[in-house]
Design a protein around this ligand. Structure first.
Ligand code: F58
Length: 827
């Protein structure tokens, strides 16, 4: 009996492989116009994508039909960023045809790994916030929730990074120069939006006052759909990204009045809106074009949602709040709130209170940062110029809020009003997008327990007093399909055998592994896999940087955007300490380590770029110093991005999560690394705290000041010179940076770091945490010498982080915020 069913399964797989092979060849001929004898890897890759798309589009049509027929409530995720990475292997895995495709390609004489490398990363995001959006839309599809992701179809994603003499160079990222096989243009769903102009007050025949906006410019939004395949492939949701174009209508007018050149210029300006992703993380750009980007995609998306709603409900708005929920991914899409008000009040002629009631049913807001420089504010003058009607609506929202909420609660308290007003007073008035988001939303969440607490206590305490139930937490998560199954196939196969193959959708199942954490056989297997992954990465390192590293060394990994608060320079100080010890004591006993960095610095962030330069210069010196005898290697991997993360994470032994406590909202790299068996060296910050709770104190190396200690230290007047003078090793290292030791003939080239840590006041307490960081690293060194002990801790990490699947995050959002129902899609 068993035999026949196995035979049947094998037959089905054979048929699937055969069909795929035929389809690939068919597409090579009919879609790519080439043939098997002369096709390049690029052509084979495209032909395979086209073959896969046959299944993707089936799923897409099924899903859309089912959602329409059942008139489901749906989530709309509004995000300026989606850091998708590559889609190829994830689509194959989620459709359940990865092995078939691998086999089919092998039979055609091709290695699937070579084809995977053909795809450009879709890097339409900066870092954690954009990657979170990508994980979330994948989980939403996997869990069968009706959902659409909305964003911008940037022509250029996050810049590509290279190093020239150790310094970061940025080049544009034209990811779709030759077209992208995963996206479909939908000209039938084009939208038009307006900006600039002026507002006229008119009175209708009944003497009712009305506001009429006469726009200065019309812009066309062209939607591109990217199908998002859920794991097991039954639901296929959509990521809809808007590309800006000049409006035909508008330009025709200019053209007719003899302004051909003007028309051409306006074309360029309109098309600029979706030209490029702003490369800042954690500082807001404050530029007119950025505000227009935000409004452009929000307005297009709202109109798209309303168009779909009206197809079903006509002009009856009474169901809108029941059918539509919109999640604002940070404040960047907050302008959607006044835009929906405008549509309801000015266009649908609804009474203000009714319109506001709808808004408050629809919007929810996620905060991703507490850093003051990242809290979005717009100069009121700029806002008024770009969106003259919206600023009036914001005034009215604010007026009612201050009168009906703040004045009622704190009568006569002008200081409270000043603090809570959506409009910040000062020598330049500003629109506070965080305030607008809280006032306009029914739920506000932070992204890890500690962060959500700080959002309440430090950012919006009065808002909490007004609306205690509005605030909640949803701890971030990552999709285990991409971040384990696809990127670490060796470990995935071991897990299938050990805990069953349903862990990708039930990550807590990994916990079974904990029972075998001390089992020598499992330890051997687990560490052998790590070793193979490290050997793979060593080859990649050699290819990218020409640096040779020993896969037997401990791989210590810090991968994230470059920022002072993330403290890559603390890591550098540790490296310098070890190097100095080796120079002072040639027999210095340490576990050989490879320090791996991956990070892009915002192009305008000087000190971040200096830190990259310093790491590269120190790397150069150490890697060539014979006296080091390979005990230390330092590698800064160029052009860190999702597809590189997928190679680095499976090979990591140590995960560096060393932000100043209270500064990293959550982190998600920390989850990916622990899931792949890396041991965290980390502060009690963001989700590290929850990771520590899950893996247990013995399987993580925690160090540094806590959030409360950080606050107390700032308040007591932190003086970084105290640490400099009291720790001779630290002093020697910092002084070293001023010499020309690492930059021969050019003393002072690395001095910016020392300056920021001393004269600059060390805003992120690097020196305060130095000693305890080194102690944690020493502990890791000791652990690593005991192979069984290390293996046990590594296994316990993988076994214990089931909580951090993005499926759990999504279920939390569903329960605490969205109130959605899953909708089963028949295949
Ligand atoms: C990140 N924010 C947080 N912002 O820093 C990180 O702790 C968290 O895990 C992650 O969000 C997901 O919640 C982040 O990535 C940006 O990149 C913004 C881009 C636009 C400008 C402002 C920063």
């Amino acid at each position: 009996m068993k035999k026949t069913s196995t035979a049947k399964a094998a037959n089905a797989a054979n048929t699937a492989t055969e069909q795929l092979k035929e389809s690939i060849i068919k597409h090579l001929h009919s879609t790519l116009g080439t043939d098997v004898n002369k096709a390049s890897h690029q052509a084979w890759w495209r032909a395979t994508c086209a073959a896969v798309n046959e299944q993707v589009f089936d799923g897409l049509r099924n899903t859309q039909r089912t959602h329409y027929e059942q008139d489901t409530r749906a989530l709309h995720y509004f995000s300026l960023e989606y850091l998708m990475g590559r889609m190829f292997s994830n689509n194959l895995h989620n459709l359940g045809i990865y092995q078939n495709a691998k086999q089919a390609l092998a039979e055609l004489g091709l290695d699937i790994a070579d084809l995977e490398q053909q795809e450009e990363d879709m890097a339409l995001g900066n870092g954690g916030l954009g990657r979170l959006a990508a994980c979330f839309i994948e989980s939403l599809a996997t869990l069968n929730y009706p959902a659409v992701g909305y964003g911008i179809h940037y022509e250029n994603g996050l810049f590509q990074q290279s190093f020239q003499d150790g310094r970061q160079i940025e080049r544009p990222d034209s990811w779709r120069e030759y077209g992208n096989p995963w996206e479909i243009c939908r000209p039938e769903s084009v939208q038009e939006i307006a900006v600039y102009g002026y507002v006229e007050t008119v009175f209708d025949l009944q003497g009712q006052m009305k506001k009429v906006w006469h726009p200065g410019r019309i812009i066309k939004g062209v939607p591109w759909d990217i199908p998002i395949v859920g794991y097991d492939g039954s639901a296929v949701n959509v990521l809809r990204l808007w590309e800006s174009r000049a409006s035909d209508f508008f330009n025709w007018d200019v053209f007719n009045s003899g302004g051909y050149i003007d028309a051409a210029r306006e074309n360029v300006e309109a098309e600029n809106i979706s030209k490029v992703l702003y490369p800042n993380d954690e500082t807001d750009a404050g530029k007119e074009l950025r505000l227009i980007q935000q409004y452009f995609f929000c307005s297009c998306s709202l109109k798209d949602i309303i168009r779909r709603y009206k197809r079903r409900h006509g002009d009856d708005w009474s169901h809108f709040g029941k059918q539509v929920v919109i999640q604002l991914n940070d404040t960047h899409p907050a302008v959607a709130i006044p835009e929906l008000m405008r549509i309801l009040v000015d266009r649908a002629e609804m009474a203000w209170d009714d319109a506001w009631a709808i808004c408050q049913q629809v919007f929810a807001y996620t905060n991703h940062t507490l850093l003051p420089e990242a809290l979005e504010k717009w100069p009121l003058r700029l806002f008024e110029k770009v969106l003259p009607r919206h600023i009036e609506i914001i005034y009215e929202i604010n007026r009612r809020f201050l009168l009906e909420q703040v004045e009622m609660r704190w009568p006569g308290d002008d200081a409270k009003k000043r603090k809570l007003s959506i409009i910040e007073e000062g020598h330049e008035q500003m629109v506070r997008m965080g305030h607008l988001s809280v006032v306009g939303s029914f739920k506000v969440n932070g992204v890890a327990e500690i962060h959500s607490k700080l959002v309440k206590s430090d950012l919006f305490p009065e808002m909490v007093a007004l609306w205690p139930d509005k605030f909640t937490n949803v701890t971030n998560g990552v999709t285990p399909r991409r971040w384990l199954k696809a990127c670490n196939p060796r470990l995935a196969t071991l897990l299938d055998a050990k805990v069953g193959d349903d862990w990708p959708t039930d990550l807590k199942k990994l916990h079974k592994l904990a029972d075998f954490a001390k089992d020598p056989a499992l330890q051997d297997n687990f560490m052998a896999i790590k070793q193979q992954n490290k050997a793979d990465l060593a080859r990649e390192i050699k290819k990218l940087t020409r640096i040779e590293v020993d896969p037997a060394a401990l791989f210590d990994v810090q991968i994230k955007r470059l920022h002072e608060y993330k403290r890559q320079h603390l890591n550098l100080l540790h490296i310098l300490a070890l190097y100095r010890r080796i120079l002072q004591n040639p027999d210095y006993d340490m576990v050989p380590r490879v320090f791996l960095f991956g990070a892009k610095a915002a192009p305008g962030y000087k000190l971040a770029k200096e830190i990259i330069y310093a790491i590269n210069k120190v790397a150069d010196k150490i890697n060539h110093d014979k006296r080091v005898k390979n005990r230390i290697k330092v590698v800064f991997m160029p052009n860190y991005r999702v597809s590189l993360a997928e190679k680095m994470i499976p090979a990591a032994d140590v995960s560096e999560q060393i932000s100043t406590a209270g500064k990293e909202a959550s982190g998600t790299g920390n989850m990916k690394l622990a899931l792949n068996g890396a041991i965290t060296v980390g502060t009690l910050d963001g989700a590290n705290i929850e990771i520590a709770e899950e893996v247990g104190a013995d399987s993580i190396a925690i160090f540094g000041l806590t959030v409360d200690e950080v606050k107390a230290l700032y308040e007591s007047g932190y003086n970084s010179y105290d640490y400099y003078h009291n720790n001779p090793e630290l002093k020697a290292i910092l002084d070293w940076l001023e010499t020309d030791y690492f930059t021969p003939g050019k003393p002072g080239e690395l001095a910016a770091i020392k300056r920021s840590l001393l004269q600059g006041g060390d805003p992120y307490l690097v020196l305060a945490d130095f000693e305890s960081y080194l102690a944690a690293q020493q502990k890791v060194d000791t652990w690593y010498r005991d192979k069984a002990l290390w293996a046990e801790k590594a296994i316990l990490n993988t076994a214990s982080v089931g909580k951090f699947t993005s499926d759990r995050s999504i279920e939390d959002y569903v329960e605490r915020v969205w109130q959605l129902k899953p909708c089963q899609i028949k295949k």
